[in-house]
Design a protein around this ligand. Structure first.
Ligand code: HEC
Length: 204
């Protein structure tokens, strides 16, 4: 190292005597070498290598059926909203808890239908009374109505997240704010009344 750093001093002494006269003229070069080496180390430890773990962790949270950017954005937002508004009862696994009388959303026939019409209604006004989900009947009035809590965008995002959550085994199509708005307006007369299963069954 010391030999290397002295080299430019002698070289510059021949070509540019004014710089060599300083005696300490090697320092800028030493500094440059240290800086460059530092940059090299940084690139090597961060961007230099393909971080497969980071890439895959990111991919796992994306719904497999959509590569449409707005839907992917909505899905990610839905994941955040779910973690705040639904996770306490339906759990991060989407499995709910049979013991605590919270039904699952993973594989639920109320969630992964072809049309999101029942799900949107349930999210807007909640459902009460006995409801059968994956062969188990739940009856717990704790489900909350989100009509006055979440915007059309929010409900579409949460619905997109729970319908398309591959980790839960769900792969239903994403939901748009326009779909939510149509149902919100169409069911405005419901006010804060909750759905019963009988009135949801005719809904596609
Ligand atoms: C305080 C607890 C609680 C919270 C918070 C909650 N739910 Fe529920 N949810 C329930 C209960 C209890 C039922 C079953 C109601 C019944 O027995 O009729 C239910 C039923 C459902 C159903 C229909 C049945 C099923 O499992 O598919 C859906 C869909 C649903 N909830 C979605 C959501 C979503 C989405 C959120 C967040 C925006 C949410 N819930 C927040 C407790 C909750």
């Amino acid at each position: 190292m010391s030999q290397k750093t002295k080299k430019p001093e002698t070289e510059s002494a021949e070509t540019e005597p004014t710089i060599a006269a300083g005696g300490g003229s090697a320092w800028p070069f030493v500094l440059l070498v240290v800086l460059l080496f530092g940059c090299f180390l940084h690139v090597e430890s961060t961007g230099g290598a393909f971080r497969a773990d980071v890439f895959q962790a990111g991919m796992r949270t994306l719904p497999p059926q959509t590569d449409d950017p707005p839907a992917v954005k909505s899905y990610k937002r839905g994941a955040q909203l779910y973690a705040a508004g639904c996770v306490g009862c339906h759990q991060a696994t989407g499995l709910g808890s049979a013991a605590l009388n919270f039904p699952p959303l993973a594989g639920s026939e109320w969630v992964v239908r072809e049309k999101p019409d029942r799900l949107i209604r349930i999210m807007l006004n909640a459902v009460e009374g006995p409801i059968k989900v994956k062969d188990i009947t739940y009856d717990n009035p704790a489900m909350l109505a989100f009509r006055d809590v979440y915007s059309d965008d929010d409900i579409a995002a949460i619905a997109t997240f729970i319908r398309g959550n591959a980790e839960w085994g769900n792969s239903a199509a994403f939901v748009t704010p326009q779909q939510v708005k149509a149902i919100r307006d169409g069911t405005a007369a419901m006010g804060s009344q909750k759905w019963r299963v009988e009135s949801l069954e005719p809904v596609p």
